[in-house]
Design a protein around this ligand. Sequence first.
Ligand SMILES: [Fe+2]
Ligand SMILES: [Fe+2]
Length: 255
Amino acid sequence: MNILFIGDIVGASGRAAVKKHLPALKQRYDIDFVIANGENAAHGKGITPRIYQELITNGIQCITLGNHAYSKSEIMMIKDQADRLVFPANLLPTSDLNQTKVFRVKEKTLAVTNLMTQVFMENVSQSPFESMDKILETVNADVHIVDLHGEATSEKIAFAYHYKNVLAGVFGTHTHVQTADERIIDGCAFISDVGMTGPYESIIGRDIAEVLARIIQKTATKYTIAESEAVFSAIYVRFDSSNRANFVERIQIRP
Ligand SMILES: [Fe+2]
Ligand SMILES: [Fe+2]
């Protein structure tokens, strides 16, 4: 089974990069299933029903989220029907812990879970370790992948080591900066952060002048998304017949 996981898609430029690069990548890597983090897909914060549909139409089969999951309230209208949308299981205000979605891919079952880490992250209901243990009580798929959304690389690496025998992939998201530490830990594919698919000339996706004004002059800002062409960031993972990762490749296509 060949999986492509795309890092945080930011705004219109990130969505355009998906449309531009995904068809060729799917062909080159013989991809069976595409997962993407879409927490910034709608103008940098959250996702709308229209954009969810657009991303699915453009070849993404499962969309995970993060701290911006509920930023666009319209998404609540389709939250329970959107069968390809995975909300973080430990992000408030959700009360429905088990948000894992299970898909059928090449005669196998593929589970996708989305969890928040705790360091520097807000509105987290419980530790990702507690949530993961609860999820594993009911979910038993051939291949189980977690989008681990958070700031601290150490926390993400610790999580991967703790669950390396039960998970087949732990992919970090949220920082929007790709890390060069992709590897396989005893059959579990891992990267601290996949990086963003969003405006390259930017400060993690946002307008440079606006972020500088906020940092230096403490000016109130509007959260303007930069308009430059996007960098495309993803990770490719191959799983063998025993459902363990045996090859991983970090992908970054700059404009
Ligand atoms: Fe985030
Ligand atoms: Fe993000």
